[in-house]
Design a protein around this ligand. Structure first.
Ligand code: SAM
Length: 345
């Protein structure tokens, strides 16, 4: 029953997957220039007139919730650059049924806003910290902001946002040797460390399979730790393969609350079969896969005053056509035109 709706109107694709998680990109701009993501000079940014307004974001989110979406992640680009972020969160938190709200951020400016975001209704967040070394941070992100980032992570914890997940993309010849130190730091602070395989979504198209650090290689670096595999989250649809960290170096400092480690191995251990994610770009295009070659324009119909029923049908049709898998490992794989920063990670 390809693309049909089951009983209560959920979004089901041709492979029986139910879309529950919507990632909304608030901007394609970023305050960092991570070498594995975008060039030093930045990118041709989206035009302001093409960006969804807050009203449009909330209206679309409401429609997605009506179609069964239960969690919304705000991302970018860098979502903290969005000038009215607390208001957007507060408006999303007032939708019913209330979605779970999370944020993926580089943490710059979080020290000033974490409390407001939590008060507005944000439930949890992921912060990207690729290195704890300030010189290396400057080289990797082309900005001297490590201190701000770490202050932001601490502020998020103080504001009660839980769990705090810390993302790091491990790159050979850069931060790979720091993986155990990052894990040790996260365990001491009660953060969940997640290591991500580099994906062919960089604006420079410089990704290479040979240079990529694989999940096997990452996990081999944690030989000093006792890890217990616990799968892909409670419902099996989380991108991270998770491990409980039962013992390891410095365990006396964190043994009272055993930590977690996650590996996001999109390339070598694809998890598309259980994917429940949809993505809405900052300019209102619906993508059913990070690696999709096509998008569904929701902004045009929204601005043409199309009815909720018409927009819902557009979304249903897009989900019905969701591809089986990302295809990175197929011989005919072609990287999508939009880079990660303009899709929403
Ligand atoms: N600016 C925010 C941040 O830094 O978390 C949100 C957007 S960023 C695109 C989301 C995540 O994607 C970050 O953890 C970043 O490191 C990761 N990322 C960016 N480019 C990537 C790539 N080509 N492969 C894998 N992860 C990537």
């Amino acid at each position: 029953m390809p693309g049909s709706l089951v009983g209560d109107g959920l979004l089901v694709d041709a492979f029986g997957r139910v879309a529950r998680d919507l990632r909304i990109s608030l901007t394609d701009k970023c305050s960092l220039r991570c070498t594995y993501c975008m060039p030093a000079e930045g990118l041709p940014w989206l035009r302001k007139a093409d960006l969804l307004t807050d009203d449009e974001i909330v209206r679309l989110a409401d429609i997605f919730i009506g179609l069964g979406v239960t969690s919304i992640r705000l991302t970018g680009g860098e979502p903290l650059l969005h000038p009215t972020l607390p208001a957007v969160i507060s408006r999303l938190a007032s939708l019913r049924p209330r979605p779970e709200l999370s944020l993926t951020t580089n943490g710059i400016g979080l020290v000033r806003t974490a409390r407001d975001l939590a008060h507005a209704g944000l439930n949890r967040l992921n912060v990207s910290v690729d290195t704890l070394d300030s010189q290396r941070f400057r080289e990797l992100t082309r900005r001297d902001r490590l201190r701000d980032v770490l202050a932001g992570v601490a502020a998020a914890a103080a504001a009660g946002l839980r769990p705090i997940k810390v993302n790091a993309v491990l790159m050979r010849g850069s931060n790979l040797d720091e993986a155990p130190a990052l894990l040790g730091w996260a365990l001491r602070h009660g953060y969940e460390m997640r290591f991500i395989e580099h994906m062919p979504l960089d604006a420079q198209h410089a990704w290479s399979r040979d240079a990529m650090v694989t999940a096997d290689e990452m996990l081999a670096m944690f030989g000093d730790y006792t890890l217990r595999p616990i799968g892909h989250g409670a419902d099996g649809s989380a991108p991270a393969e998770e491990f409980e960290v039962l013992d390891g170096p410095g365990a006396a400092e964190w043994a009272a609350r055993p930590g977690r480690l996650g590996v996001i191995a999109s390339v070598t251990r694809p998890f598309c079969r259980d994917c429940d994610r949809l993505r809405l770009t900052a300019d209102g295009q619906l993508r059913t896969c990070l690696f999709a070659q096509s998008e569904t324009d929701l902004r045009g119909p929204l601005r043409a005053d199309d009815t909720e029923a018409k927009l819902s049908n557009l979304i249903r049709t897009a989900v019905a056509g969701k591809q089986a898998g990302h295809g990175i490992n197929a011989a005919d794989f072609v990287q999508p035109a939009r880079p990660m920063s303009a899709i929403g990670g």
